[in-house]
Design a protein around this ligand. Structure first.
Ligand SMILES: [Zn+2]
Length: 424
């Protein structure tokens, strides 16, 4: 490209950041309450947001529709109709009292990139589909990735009976929304239709900011193991039982927590561990705690590493319980495999990042994303965009316009240079 053309192309895309941020602000006003952002699955706000997103898709030259689970789907045909598609997307539901960037940034950026191609009359040798997933966070029915699981064909009909806090089942909510719970399967796509799935998302952590880079290339979505632990000792009088004769369950739990933290802090493979919940009984100032429950959340960028760490931590907790004469019950309550980003696709993301003049910085995603479901029908890749202070799932979530623009440039370049796997 000549210098002149490069400058023209740059100018054409330089307003993407402004457009994206303007739309983030507009979508962020669609909430169940006026002073905070909450937009949950199958709510009136879900409907209003879907209509707005579909209007943007239409302006971008896409055919848009709502699928059988309430995802918004836009399709921009390639050089001829009916070609396999590159799928771009993210979710547009939120947690309670959310930030406005988590999810919508990836969805809105994808629409802006397609709009840019449309303005230039550019058609690719493949179709582009943009999907806004209706439920990733799982706030309403405590079951995550509902939108992407429906697309991947792994939606479990058993969740239709799940009830929300108001006692409304998912089946009833789908009907109220105007969807047919017996036809959720119609949202499913097949591997042959899809060339790849690419998601742009805010980092939701502080690493890019610390590295002073606007965008990052994701290596994998870290797998997670969650455990529930219960230590049982003997409750007793805080004044009369000598220290040597106590079986204090909470003191035992404290030792376990400190050990978990120590193991994670000394690990060099990206292991992170959190004890986010603890409850002791009887729970009185002057009573030795007889029982303590706590949870453990462990994540690592590879499954082997995580499984080794889980085994190690289980061994350590068992040893602490034995030494303190506490009965131990330890159960795995949740397990998610690591989902690696496909090397051939990740290489194209890295090329796009470098071509835009940014350093190529790779990092794993500690948070879960729709790619965890989409990987069942397509190779996946992710682009992270820096967010202020690494804050997410909070109203203070923030992305600078320049960084939103950087993410859009990378995604647009990636689309325009995309080679399907066979050709890559
Ligand atoms: Zn998200």
């Amino acid at each position: 490209m000549s210098e002149m053309n490069a400058e023209t192309a740059r100018r054409q895309t330089s307003s993407l950041g402004d457009e994206i941020v303007g739309r983030i602000d507009r979508l962020g006003t669609i909430s169940e309450s006026s002073n905070s952002l909450t937009r949950i699955f199958l709510s009136p706000e879900h409907r209003a947001a879907a209509d707005l997103i579909m209007a943007w898709m239409g302006e971008a030259g896409m055919h848009a529709h709502l699928d059988a689970i309430g995802n918004v789907c836009g399709r921009y045909e390639g050089e001829r109709a009916g070609l396999p598609c590159l799928v771009l997307g993210s979710h547009y539901d939120t947690v309670r009292d959310a930030g406005k960037w988590d999810g919508p940034l990836g969805l809105i950026t994808a629409i802006s990139c397609v709009a840019d191609l449309h303005r230039r009359g550019r058609r690719m040798p493949f179709a582009i589909e943009v999907t806004g997933f209706a439920d990733e966070e799982g706030v309403r029915f405590a079951s995550t990735l509902l939108g992407s699981r429906a697309v991947a064909g792994t939606f479990s009909e058993s969740v239709l009976g799940t009830r929300d806090g108001a006692g409304i089942s998912m089946r009833e909510a789908l009907i109220q929304f105007g969807l047919d719970p017996d036809h959720v399967g119609a949202a499913a796509r097949t591997r042959g239709e899809l060339l790849a799935y690419i998601e742009l998302h805010i980092e939701q952590g502080p690493v890019l900011e610390a590295r002073n880079v606007p965008v990052g290339v994701v290596t994998a979505i870290s797998g997670a193991t969650r455990l529930a632990a219960r230590l049982t000792g003997m409750a007793g009088h805080a004044g009369t039982v000598p220290m040597a004769l106590r079986r204090d369950a909470l003191a035992g739990a404290a030792e376990c927590i400190a050990k978990i933290e120590e193991l994670c802090c000394t690990d060099e493979g990206g292991l992170v561990g959190t004890v986010g919940y603890i409850h002791a009984t009887p729970g009185a100032t002057n009573v030795i705690p007889g029982q303590a429950h706590f949870t453990i959340d462990l994540r690592a960028p590879t499954d082997i590493h995580r499984k080794r760490a889980v085994a190690d931590i289980v061994r350590q907790i068992e040893a602490i319980a034995r030494r303190r004469k506490l009965a131990l019950q330890l159960d795995v309550t949740h397990e998610n495999r690591t989902v690696p980003c496909a090397p051939w696709l990740k290489a194209q993301v890295a090329e796009a990042v470098a071509a835009e003049g940014y350093p190529v910085f790779e990092l794993p995603s500690g948070a879960g994303h729709d790619g965890m479901a989409m990987v069942d029908i397509a190779d996946i890749a992710m682009i992270f965009v820096r967010c202020r202070g690494g804050i997410s799932h909070h109203p203070d979530e923030h992305v600078e316009v320049a960084d939103a623009d950087a993410g859009a440039r990378v995604l647009l370049r990636l689309i325009e240079n995309f080679r399907p796997r066979e050709a890559a």
